[in-house]
Design a protein around this ligand. Sequence first.
Ligand code: ZN
Length: 252
Amino acid sequence: MHDIHTHIGQFNQTYYEFHDVFNALKNNGIVETTFAYLTPLFTESAPALRFYKIMTENTKAALNYAKEINLKANALYWIDPMILFAGMTLESIMQDLDYKGLVVHPFLNDWNPADFKRAELLTKLFEYASRENKEIYFHTGCSETDNPMLFERWFMKFSDVKVHLAHCKDPEPIIKLFSKYANLVGDTAFCPQDSYKAICQAGFKERMFFGTDFPISHWYQHYRKENFPADEKSLTESYSQTLIEYKKFIDS
Ligand SMILES: [Zn+2]
């Protein structure tokens, strides 16, 4: 099984160490994962660049570790617009680490397509992805910043770029976009069951991939408690619970 949507790094106050995350996946029979380092919001370049260095080193170490334990791992670069506005190029980022694809997170980062600078950056990303054969992962949701319809003109213009729409929470825009653009796929991470059903009934079952958003799923299972462990044991149990729920989810 390939979990197409996982993370390492810090979520709120909880730090998810890559050894524990990958071991938990492995312990549950996952053979491949596609992951992105959780990247907080920066509004200035200097702290964004400091974070970038740490993130790159950690991601490299994570990839090495995955190899050691025989887990196929594909790293994605979570695009921080501050990094690109600071003058770094996608080419140099990809030289630091050969990422499989790019993540656009329009709920956390500002990707307002009505803003000229951001729209221009999106075009650059798609041009790059098209040239270098990279996938682009969009966080999607139901708000006015992450509704995937906002980015339709790029999906249309760059029909050769494979775009992965994460979560698929609202079936209406997903079905609309899937019907028009063959380059789009989705995932089941935090996808509500009625949404998944509607997308499948519209004929797009084969374009919905298994993803969990692990270990964010672990965080949501535990955050109401004052203290909770985020070690390998706790993560392994959490993931096994997620798999049980997923089986129910696709069977009904
Ligand atoms: Zn995610």
